[in-house]
Design a protein around this ligand. Structure first.
Ligand SMILES: [Zn+2]
Length: 482
């Protein structure tokens, strides 16, 4: 048995993000996802001899935005380098990347999710091109190559090894994704490969001065997968050390289906790649004015927005952090709060509850759900006005999403108004009392909590249109006379 706390964990993450530019990083080919294989390729991204790369200005602008948002120093002069390796999806046998003069370095990112602030330092941010994609045929021995992906603009964000647990790694990834989406530079869709993550991980005896030998983990395809893979690797390394073994520096592949990591290769060193400057791209000079104007154009970022939501709206930190995580969710909150300033906490509850539920169910983002904040605010007013019950509102929300209609129209056309006619309610109540002799008897014998059950029965009979508070009062009064 390993005593708790005997080891501490050190994790550094390399996040590759595909930038949402119109065209590839060094040629004019489209970056559209899902086109037929090899329909978006040209001599440049196919690596034909003599084809010359030309820097995509939009990609550079996006990259500077990210660098600035992560608090990095933006290089005044940056250059591209060739990183050599052989693989069937890389016909020119080198990838254009950045080695010793990256675009941005020495930034930081603050985690705030659980109310405890932690700073993760960012080592560097650099631009590079993606390789093609190998598709292994299900039958036979063939592998196919799709070059639509080669030359896609990638941004690599490398953290310092400041992450201390799989949970913190998950939080860091969530925060990076959130910032990139606020900046509108990537859709960060992990399923479509526009966000990928590799991890360097080591463990050491608690308090040890030097870091343990690290392994590199690849092929983690979901945020949850990253968390599970890291935990697996921590446990594997512990087991090796406990048995008196040594950790070997190597690259391991995560296999999600088998829930374990496998050896891919023993770790290569940087010199194995034989980096040298890309002769077809001259070094780039980035002037301060450009950087300053990009800095000035940044939107309010998640962390600032979180602080403002907690401070100004007095939102619970846990709810605020969920809402600010997605920019369009936070926008929806603020727009709804304008229409219904009376109780913003209630808005937050609805967003993180029923609305989030609908988003998950439909696999949609807030922006594409089609729910208008003014319609939602009006729905909350209808509850306050006593026109509908909170229970009816839950169903009404779904109707609003599906039809795009305003709540007042739907209440009228679907007949959802609360039953306020006492006579009608009394008839239902009598029916419920008659059909439930046992609970009524229990009530008379002092088990007054069965009233909840009886109220529930009335709600069911009226399909949720009775006001539970009124029913509760009516029932108590009636039962007192029995
Ligand atoms: Zn091309």
């Amino acid at each position: 048995m390993t005593p708790a706390g005997k080891y501490e964990t050190t994790i550094g993450l390399e996040v590759h993000v595909q930038l949402a530019t119109q065209s590839k990083i060094f040629c004019g080919c489209s970056t559209r996802f899902g086109s037929s294989p090899n329909s978006q390729a040209c001599p440049v991204c196919l690596g034909f001899p003599g084809a010359l790369p030309v820097m995509n200005k939009e990609a550079l602008g996006f990259a500077i935005k990210v660098g600035v948002a992560l608090g990095c120093e933006i290089a005044g002069r940056m250059k591209f380098d060739r990183k050599h390796y052989y693989y069937p999806d890389l016909p020119k046998n080198f990838q254009i990347s950045q080695y010793d003069l990256p675009l941005a370095a020495e930034g930081s990112l603050e985690l705030f999710g659980d109310g405890q602030r932690r700073v993760i330092r960012i080592k560097r941010v650099h631009l590079e091109e993606d390789a093609g994609k190998l598709i292994h045929a299900e039958k036979g021995d063939a592998s196919l190559v799709d070059f639509n992906r080669s030359g896609m603009p990638l941004l690599e964000v490398v953290s310092e090894p400041d992450i201390t647990s799989p949970e913190e790694a998950y939080e860091y990834l969530t925060e990076v994704k959130s910032i990139l989406r606020y900046l509108d530079v990537s859709d960060c869709n992990m399923e479509e490969g526009s966000l990928r993550c590799d991890a360097n991980i080591s463990i050491r005896k608690t308090g040890a001065k030097s870091l343990g030998v690290k392994t590199e983990l690849k092929n983690m395809n979901t945020f949850r997968g990253v968390k599970i893979a890291l935990q697996y690797e921590i446990d594997r390394q512990k087991a090796v050390l406990e048995e008196g073994g040594k950790i070997i520096q190597e690259t391991r592949l995560w296999n999600e289906a088998k829930a374990r990591t496998f050896l891919m290769r023993t770790k290569e060193e940087a010199f194995d790649y034989r980096y040298f400057p890309e002769p077809d791209l001259v070094p780039f000079l980035i002037d301060r004015e450009t950087v300053e104007s990009i800095k000035a154009s940044l939107p309010e970022l998640p962390q600032k927005r979180y602080e403002r939501f907690v401070e100004n709206y007095k939102l619970q930190p846990a709810l605020a952090s969920i809402i600010v995580n997605e920019r369009d969710l936070a926008d929806f909150f603020e727009e709804s709060a304008k229409g219904y300033p009376r109780n913003v906490q209630l808005i937050a509850n609805w967003i993180t509850g029923d609305i989030q539920g609908e988003l998950n169910k439909r696999k949609l983002s807030m922006a594409s759900l089609g729910l208008k904040p003014e319609a939602f605010a009006d729905m909350l007013k209808l509850i306050d006005e006593g026109v509908i019950t909170g229970k009816i509102a839950k169903g009404l929300l779904v109707d609003m999403i599906e039809t795009g209609s305003m709540p007042r129209e739907l209440v009228k056309s679907l007949g959802l108004s609360q039953i306020t006619d006492k006579g009608a309610l009394e008839a239902v109540m009598e029916k419920v009392i008659k059909n439930n002799p046992k609970p009524v008897e229990d009530y008379k014998n002092g088990k007054t909590n069965v009233i909840t059950f009886l109220v529930g029965q009335v709600m069911r009979e009226t399909k949720g249109k009775a006001n539970p508070k009124i029913i509760n009062e009516m029932l108590r009064e009636r039962m007192g006379k029995l």
